[in-house]
Design a protein around this ligand. Structure first.
Ligand SMILES: Cc1cc2nc3c(=O)[nH]c(=O)nc-3n(C[C@H](O)[C@H](O)[C@H](O)COP(=O)(O)OP(=O)(O)OC[C@H]3O[C@@H](n4cnc5c(N)ncnc54)[C@H](O)[C@@H]3O)c2cc1C
Length: 412
């Protein structure tokens, strides 16, 4: 017999689990809701960790999903600093790091992702950081206070955002990456060139088409980043942004089916291979009705919206997760991007507007269909793109119209 029983067990103290808890209550769930997360903080938003919180403009409490009192008001039991160490999908019980065994009627697994670590020489030196949590942001800020030169490894959103934030704090930042320009992998070289120009115009140095070889130091602290091409970049602080990998250890051990994208496989209703156990957020690989294939996405908005879909279905709903994935990123207050997609293997890009004026969109096409769109300062383009993507409208014959700012996209 388990030590106790709850109606809904939510595993993982991130955004997906938090928004699931909220929607369980907003949808009238009457039974016990227990949310178990291993971090010391209550559920919080991670985006400020590389932006406002790192810059010192937002407080810790500003990042919280809800103020501390809200959890009690909602009768949601929040267990921080607690790990679910075992999930028995057949007996429908979970074992916590406190040794308690909890039975449940329905469960959500939302264990998120972990940073991808780079196993190079010198990675253990002081001053070499990864960024995933508020605690990581605190450690980076502490080292940044003493640092002059910062090297960011990776030219995606963590590398570019942290470079912008630390430049605001007066640091000399260099981005080292394998791509020719920042964001090239996700958004292509045309859009990437725009963001690279923004960064360089604010003094960020960018080293592309190269790779990290090792870190060197004085035996304790990092002093240099050595690249594959033999460059030596001075550094008293390094932040590595080399992607994240879904955290599926618990799910795998429980026998939940995993997908080719490394996540926990889920249906369009976000139910895993075990009825009554749902998945949401960075580790959820679901049958997307929008894309017609399984996808797994690591975006704030996806974790948020999937938390809601899972909650509705845990209460017996028949809700498919038919939301077009949305992403945003800010480079300090210099430039912001919004994106829907994800386009993975696009074969055409159409630019609408003028990157030179700082207002443009890029549409990504696979065959004659739109599979992604990025926008800087042209939010209305994104709204039309969302509709074209969701409705799978063929646009291959209308490339000139897509590029023409005088053409009303509502006509497509
Ligand atoms: C620095 C940073 C900046 C970002 N900025 C943006 C942005 O600008 N825009 C955007 O769209 N996205 C951004 N993201 C991505 C976004 O924050 C994530 O997609 C989102 O946080 C995913 O939420 P999640 O709940 O799925 O997972 P997570 O936030 O990873 O939460 C999962 C939680 O579960 C806990 N956990 C894991 N296993 C267990 C276990 N067995 N027992 C108990 N707890 C467990 C983990 O410790 C973690 O706290 C950013 C991410 C980071 C790190």
């Amino acid at each position: 017999m388990p030590d106790r029983h709850v109606a809904h067990l939510l595993i993982g103290g991130g955004l997906a689990a938090a928004n699931c808890a909220r929607w369980l209550r907003e949808s009238g769930a009457a039974g016990d809701v227990l949310l178990v997360g291993r971090e010391p903080d209550p559920p919080y938003n991670r985006p400020p960790c590389s932006k406002g919180y790192l810059q010192g403009k937002e407080s810790r409490e500003d990042t919280f999903f809800r103020p501390a009192a809200w959890w009690d008001e909602q009768r949601i039991e929040l267990r921080t600093r607690t790990t679910v160490t075992k999930l028995d999908a057949v007996a429908r019980t979970a074992t916590l790091s406190t040794k308690e065994e909890v039975g449940f009627d329905s469960a959500l697994i939302a264990t998120g992702a972990n940073v991808r670590r780079l196993p190079v020489d010198g990675a253990e030196l002081e001053g070499v950081h990864y960024l995933r949590t508020l605690g990581n942001a605190d450690a980076i800020a502490r080292d940044a206070a003493e640092a002059e030169r910062v090297v960011l490894i990776g030219g995606s959103y963590i590398g570019t955002e942290v470079a912008a934030s630390l430049t605001l704090l007066g640091k000399r930042c260099t981005i080292l990456m394998q791509e020719p320009v920042v964001h090239a992998r996700g958004f292509g070289e045309q859009a990437g060139r725009f963001f690279q120009d923004v960064l360089e115009s604010h003094g960020v140095e960018i080293v592309g088409d190269d790779a990290l070889a090792r870190f060197e130091g004085d035996g304790e602290r990092v002093q240099r980043v050595v690249t594959a091409a033999g460059r030596e970049l001075l550094a008293d602080l390094v932040v590595i942004g080399a992607g994240a990998a879904p955290e599926v250890a618990l799910a795998r051990a429980a026998g939940l089916e995993l997908g080719e994208g490394g996540g926990v496989r889920a249906s369009a209703r976000l139910e895993t291979s075990v009825p009554g156990i749902y998945a949401a957020g960075d580790m959820c690989e679901y049958d997307s009705p929008i894309h017609g294939r399984p996808i797994r996405i690591e975006h704030w908005d996806v974790a948020f919206s999937q938390g809601k879909t899972a909650a509705l279905n845990m209460l017996g709903g028949e809700q498919e997760h038919d939301v077009v994935p949305y992403f945003f990123s800010d480079l300090a207050d210099w430039a912001s991007l919004e994106y829907i997609g994800p386009a993975r293997d696009w074969d055409a890009e159409v630019v609408r507007g003028s990157p030179g004026d700082g207002e443009f969109s890029v549409f990504y096409l696979e065959g004659d269909r739109l599979t992604g769109a990025l926008s800087v300062g042209r939010g209305e383009d994104l709204a039309h793109a969302r509709r074209l993507l969701a409705e799978r409208t063929p646009v291959g014959e209308r490339l000139e119209a897509l590029a023409d700012v005088a053409f009303d996209l509502a006509e497509l």
